[in-house]
Design a protein around this ligand. Structure first.
Ligand code: AHM
Ligand code: MG
Length: 415
């Protein structure tokens, strides 16, 4: 894809690949926001009694999401993603341009699903031989999936700028016809699992161009790049849409446009995403935690104390929490969304802000969590309120059932 960013790079003689280490696009001003105290956990409530009350609620976890919307008139009626998008457009919840962008993301995910399924056969396992801007070794499928996303988003003609985990810097899309939506994505999250055939996923978020920074065509490539960065570095609270696709025993696309969370399972026989999870609600409590405990010794005392408490049978009526960790955010989050519980990637002594990226991992997942009735927190702040300072910024992430995240915050918000 010929892009303005790439033309910029070519014209200044700085090859994107060679210049990876130099790319840290910093936003001019990033205002920290004030955060209120946790709603339901005063100091007193962090006692064992309060912990037991969370445990008691865990047994009364919310029931499966309502299926009312999927009522069929006929055995042969299909409610697909396309049908759903058309209905949302008719209701005025999205415009046709955003619907087109979402459709192009869905198309990219179908293509990636097929590539993931056939990776072992098509020689698509293993390393690509390069590192991304964050110094991580890229898998072949990381590179291919990034190309697939870029191509689909460019050809839909409604995307103005893209930012990807696998791109050094935001890329302006030349072929834009109208709409100018900003799409941030991690094309293949958890790709270290690929060669073992374990679940992976794609994550995406869609913004409108920032009002302070309209996407005008510009002759000055440097100004154009700054404009792209400004547009990409928006807080999650401004997301118009967020979603992920899980490539697992089935391929499931879950998304929100701000009026609840909807899940679509791909029917490989007709090649369509079919609505299977209308209006998903995350259970308010859930006794499953999903953390990489290998890092325990590097965590701060508050996170350690929290983790110790989950394992203390005396606090939970004799049955401590269960551990489940795939090491694939999309898979771990999808389970948390459906069964309840908490996923966490804290900061630690080596990496103060943890591992996960704000723009294309933490913010989209937090928008989904909130829309399903859950929470996404850095431990001290609502993730959606964090104003990004740079494109590949990392933040600690604690996400899942409302009461579970509040319980975690009752430790992490302590001085
Ligand atoms: P990636 O985007 O490079 O794949 O890294 C993100 C992944 C998440 O999917 C997962 O939750 C986490 O990294 C696992 O990290 P770790 O191996 O440190 O537990
Ligand atoms: Mg990732």
């Amino acid at each position: 894809m010929a892009t303005i960013a790439q033309r910029t790079v070519a014209s200044t003689g700085v090859a994107a690949k060679a210049g990876r280490k130099s790319v840290v696009a910093v936003r001019a001003v990033a205002q920290p926001r004030l955060v209120g105290s946790p709603a339901n956990f005063s100091a007193q409530q962090t006692t064992a009694g309060a912990r037991r009350s969370v445990a008691a609620q865990a047994t009364a976890a919310a029931k499966a999401p309502s299926k009312a919307d999927t009522k069929k008139k006929s055995e042969y009626e299909l409610f697909t993603l396309t049908t759903w998008l058309l209905k949302e457009e008719m209701k005025g919840n999205i415009d046709g341009e955003l619907a087109t962008v979402i459709s192009s993301v869905a198309l990219a995910c179908k293509q990636i699903s097929s590539l993931v399924n056939r990776a072992g056969i098509s020689n698509l396992t293993g390393l690509a031989g390069a590192a991304n801007v964050q110094g991580e070794d890229q898998k072949k499928l990381d590179v291919v999936s990034n190309e697939v996303f870029k191509n689909c988003l460019a050809s839909c003609g409604r995307t103005g700028v893209i930012a990807s985990e696998e791109e050094d810097q935001p890329v302006a899309v030349e072929e834009t016809y109208s709409g100018n939506y900003i799409v941030v994505f991690d094309p293949l999250d958890g790709s270290s699992n690929i060669d073992a055939g374990i679940s992976v996923g794609s994550i995406f978020g869609i913004y409108e161009p920032s009002e302070e920074c309209p996407m005008d065509a510009m002759d000055d490539p440097q100004k154009m790049m700054e404009q792209c960065v400004m547009n990409v570095c928006q807080p999650g609270s401004r997301l118009k849409c967020a979603g992920y696709t899980l490539y697992s025993s089935s391929t499931v696309l879950v998304l929100t446009i701000g009026n609840g969370v909807f899940g679509f399972t791909m029917d490989p026989l007709i090649g369509e995403f079919v609505l299977t999870h209308p209006n998903v609600r995350i259970p308010e409590v859930g006794k499953i935690y999903s953390f990489n405990e290998g890092n325990y010794g590097l965590w701060d005392d508050n996170v350690k104390a929290y983790m110790d408490s989950l394992k203390d049978p005396n606090l939970w009526g004799g049955k401590p929490y269960s551990a489940r960790y795939i090491g694939s955010l999309v898979g771990d989050f999808h389970r948390t969304l459906l069964y309840g519980g908490i996923y966490g990637y804290p900061g630690d002594a080596k990496n103060k802000n943890g591992k996960l990226r704000l723009l294309y991992e933490c913010a989209p997942m937090s928008f989904i969590a909130e829309q399903a009735g859950g929470l996404g927190s850095t431990g001290t702040q609502r993730v959606l309120d964090v104003d990004p300072e740079k494109v590949h910024q990392r933040v600690p992430l604690f996400i899942g059932s409302k009461k579970e995240v509040e319980y975690l915050e009752s430790f992490t918000k302590k001085q």
